[in-house]
Every structure is written in C-alpha cells, then in structure tokens.
Design a binder for this molecule. Sequence first.
Ligand SMILES: [Zn+2]
Length: 348
Amino acid sequence: MKPDLKPSLAGAMLLSLNLWACAPRALAMEEPIGSATGNAKPTARIAEFAGDRAAAISYTFDDNLRDQYTLAVPMLDEMNFKGTFFVIAGKTAETPEEGEQKQENGNPRNLWGGISWPELKNMADHGHEIASHTWTHPSLTKLTPEDLDAQLGKAYDAIKTRIGKPPLTIAFPGNASNPDVQAAALKYHVAYRGFQQSTKGNSTVASLNTWADKLIQEKKWGVLMIHGIAKGYAALSDPEIFHEHLKYVKGRERDVWIDTFANISRYEKERDGAKLKLAGDPGHITFELSSALNLQLDHVPLTIVIDAAGVTMASANRAGENLPVRVGKSSIQIEAVPSMQPIAVTWK
Ligand SMILES: [Zn+2]
C-alpha cells in the first residue's frame, strides 16, 4: 500500500491513505514523507491492541460455577481486571441460596448455574461480561435448526432481561460447532469463542505465566477457558494458582491488555475495518477514523499512535470534546471510536 500524495489548496501536502489494519501492521504509514522544508510528515497507525500493547488476554469462565463468583471474581476485582462469564441461562439459580445449594451438590453437572441472576447482574454492573453458553448446554451440532435457534434465542432473551443488556458473545458447549452453528450464533452475537486455552487440575502458576509471556512475545490475543476454581470440572489444584498468575500479569500490564472477550473481539473487528486518513504537519494534524463496519452496537475506542518524539504536551479534540491522550517517549496515543467527525491533534 503506497501513500497517495496530492497537493492541498494551501500548497501543503495532504497525506491520505487507507489503513486496513488486517494487513500486517500497515507499514506504509511508517514511511516518512519529506516536504519542501525538509520536515518529516507526521505518521500514524491504528494499534494492534488497545494502549498499543503487544498482546491481549481474555479470562473466560464457563458454566457459571459458584466458586468462580466467590473465589475468582474477588481476585479479578483486586487487579481491576474484567472477566467474561459464559452462563447456561436455563440452569441459572434464582437466588444466592439456590446457588449455594448447587455448590454442595456432588455431580459436576449439578454445579452448573451456581451464580444466581442477582449476583450476575451485580458483576455486570462492575464491568464483567455476562455472555451466553446457551439455554441448557446441549451439543449444538446435533440439533435441528429450530432447536438450535431456541437454544440461542432463549438464552439471549433471558440474559437481556435479567442483566439489562444483551449478551454480546457466546461460547459453544464443549466448544463444538460447525459453519451452520457459527452462522446461527452470529445472528444473536458479535462474536463466538473460536479458540481457547484451558485451565486444568495440573495447571501451575508457572504454566499460566509462561502462556502469558508467550502471547507477549508472539504479539497475540490469548483466551483462557476456566471451569472450576476449587471444585467441579477441571478445577485447579489450588485457587491461589489463579491469584498468583493474575498478580504476575498485573505486573506486565504495560505489555498485555486484559479485557473481556466482547471488548477485544470488537476491537479486532473494528481495527480490521477502520480507515485512518491523516493531514497536516508535525505539531498540528487532523485525522479521520472511519469504519465500514456496522456493528449495530456501541463501538469500543481504538488506539491511534502518532509518531512524535520529545513531546511535552498534546491534546486531541473532536467536535469540541477532548479525547483521552497519552504522551510516550516517541509517540502520542489517542483513544477514539470510529466516526466521520475529524479529530484535531496538536502537540509541542
Ligand atoms: Zn460448558
């Protein structure tokens, strides 16, 4: 992709290019464009992950097992991390008391639905994602189209009603799907979990930390699938393993973006469909960040990285409103949702 240079009315050069971020890291943007005065033209790009971090992690919890609420949620809250909870809507307890009874039950399947609706609502109000794991957890690939739609639709409606917002994403029971199941799921949801790493009885702090390190090294998004914390299917040998791992990741927060499955899914889709159009000179530029996508739902902000060294102050303004700006050693970062309204950035 080559920058397309055209003279503007003022005689300055207008840099206009389409940035389709699904192409690996749009390097064309990084090429400095010399001007008549010898000053380099500003360059900018859409960050691969929010905050221009190297990697991303989503912690996802399946089957709404009660100890995810009593043990894992306080750990996540301590780090200010947001988790994604794939709940079996038709098995969910009505009250905390009913949830506690499920936890006492011996058969692992009877533990399902142990986080009650009011508790899930409270978690959602604190930023955790309450997502769908279908109505009753059947293997979706074996259902008729009508039954498949009922499993998806009933769970969607129940979560929307009980939580106050619709489930944006879904995880398939047993992670079993086929193209028909995936297409049906995308009628209700923005994304489905299509890849994951699982915690098990033999997971250790070291194995989880190594996984996180590898994601940072390979610049990837990792999705951890968690079932039991202390009890139930694939429970950890000790809940503190998860706690220690979260502390470790918190220490690497500059390199890894921890967020819900819905937020990182939306960021990726938006990033891959966004277009960045830049004009101006270093110290004073305007850009447009538009998206061809119609996600029918709220956009998440994308991180725009402008190359600029030795900056002491910067501001970004869109339609009279200041946008969040971070000044780094060699760049300025701006958080903005795609929209047709231009953004003016000034710095010195
Ligand atoms: Zn499950």
